[in-house]
Design a protein around this ligand. Structure first.
Ligand code: XLS
Ligand code: MG
Ligand code: MG
Length: 412
């Protein structure tokens, strides 16, 4: 192939995207509770060892492009859209008014707001630092985000306490830090109750998000299970208002079976919100788009969520790759992420209604005959052959993933 001149490259990407086919319509995409974060779409590709590769893009552009693609909901950190020095001041009110206008113009809703308590130097010792001024400021920030959330009509508030931890041990007392962190969360809930009453709106669902490492070396609440323990620890004054926002990759980062981690949240009634992306086990937070690394695992995750009626948001918390251009974010990255999610969601429906899987699962639950339930050997004999169905079910799920159940064959 001849080298492709720069002014023909975008057209090539668009033509090959067309050739990929299979895109869902914006109407179909809007039927799902898919939420698009400001920070994902506007991520410029920067990191510790990486210079930015894309130009900056503001919320008006992001909201307009989400609307074109068919993403019905937008969410943001406070500082994604409001400069730190304007928080709680007139500048904030003007920006919030612009956001409201932009959302209304493009028919989007704001689903969630979250407070950035990790980037600014003020949080260098964490949002629950020893200095009372820092904690007072953190409380102001989360209360202010609650205000913004109510103004924008959000239903959820997310907290990722990324810098609640340390690099070197011994300087802080962890029990004290956890109490102080709970104080901030309690302040947010109290503010929420007050504003919700005034505005005659329901209170927000407050969702804790865990990540086992990054940006701190060690994190005080590293997993969703740690967060569950924290919610029920007695430190959180309104445990009924607080739940989880697990992130797919954050669970893989500590080596969890994501499906099992979600199941633990489900049985506690605490799966409020879900950040969706992909990546590698026991590695860092690469935030690859859904299905590009672990499609089979993702299918299994969605089967669990569909079969338990999860109806919260699926939040596209991923980072378009650094190799993708500004144009590529909209032409390739965001729509293909959304479409792989919808495809996997539909496949999950197929798994749930598949007659082979249904019969196999029912047979496993029915068990065998003739067992003496006080005798281990006799129970083993009664079930022995049925248990091959475990592997058969896994094979059938693979077949559904590759379309073999619809007759797709390879060199038969
Ligand atoms: C970072 C987190 C962050 C949260 C919101 O790793 O995923 O993006 O979702 O603060
Ligand atoms: Mg996240
Ligand atoms: Mg992540």
């Amino acid at each position: 192939m001849k080298p492709v001149p720069p002014n023909q490259q975008q057209a090539l990407v668009e033509r090959l995207m067309q050739a990929c086919g299979g895109g869902y319509s914006p109407e179909t995409r809007r039927k799902h509770f898919i939420t698009g974060p400001q920070w994902a779409a506007s991520y410029q590709g920067q990191a510790l060892f990486h210079a930015p590769t894309r130009t900056a893009i503001g919320f008006e552009d992001v909201i307009r492009e989400f609307a074109k693609i068919g993403i019905g909901y937008w969410c943001t950190h406070d500082t994604d859209v409001i400069p730190t020095e304007q928080l709680g001041k007139d500048g904030q009110h003007q920006i919030v008014a612009r956001i409201q206008k932009s959302l209304a113009e493009h028919g989007l809703k704001c689903s969630m707001v979250t407070t950035e308590t990790f980037y600014h130097e003020v949080f260098v010792a964490g949002p629950a630092a020893e200095a009372p001024e820092v904690r007072c400021y953190a409380a102001f920030r989360v209360r202010n985000t609650v205000d913004i959330g109510h103004e924008l009509g959000a239903e959820y508030a997310v907290y990722w306490p990324g810098s609640l931890g340390y690099y070197t041990q011994g300087a802080i007392d962890e029990t004290e830090s956890l109490r102080w962190y709970a104080d901030a969360l309690n302040a947010a809930c109290e503010r929420d109750i007050e504003i919700a009453k005034k505005k005659n709106r329901p209170t927000l669902k407050h969702c804790l998000e865990a990540k086992p490492f990054e940006p701190q070396g060690e994190i005080l609440l590293p997993t969703s299970d740690a967060m569950l323990g924290f919610i029920f620890s007695g430190l959180v004054k309104r445990p009924e208002m607080v739940g989880l926002n697990p992130e797919y990759l954050h669970e893989l980062m500590w080596g969890a079976a994501v499906r099992a981690a979600l199941a633990r949240a489900l049985v506690c009634g605490k799966l409020f919100h879900f950040d969706i992306n992909d990546g590698y086990r026991l590695k860092h937070d690469v935030d690859i788009a859904i299905g590009l690394v672990n499609p089979l695992d993702w299918l299994n995750v969605l089967v669990l969520l569909r079969s338990h009626g999860y109806n919260g948001p699926f939040n596209l918390d991923y980072k378009p790759p650094r190799t993708t251009s500004n144009a590529g974010v909209w032409a390739v990255s965001v729509p293909t992420m959304v479409d792989r999610f919808i495809t996997l969601w539909e496949m999950a429906g197929e798994v749930i209604s598949d007659p082979i899987i249904t019969e196999a699962t029912e047979a496993l639950k029915a068990g065998g005959t003739g067992a003496d339930t006080k005798n281990a050997e006799s129970i083993v004999k009664a079930n022995k052959e049925l248990l091959s169905l475990h592997e058969l079910i896994a094979h059938r799920i693979f077949q559904i993933l590759i379309g073999a159940h619809r007759g797709r064959t390879y060199s038969l």
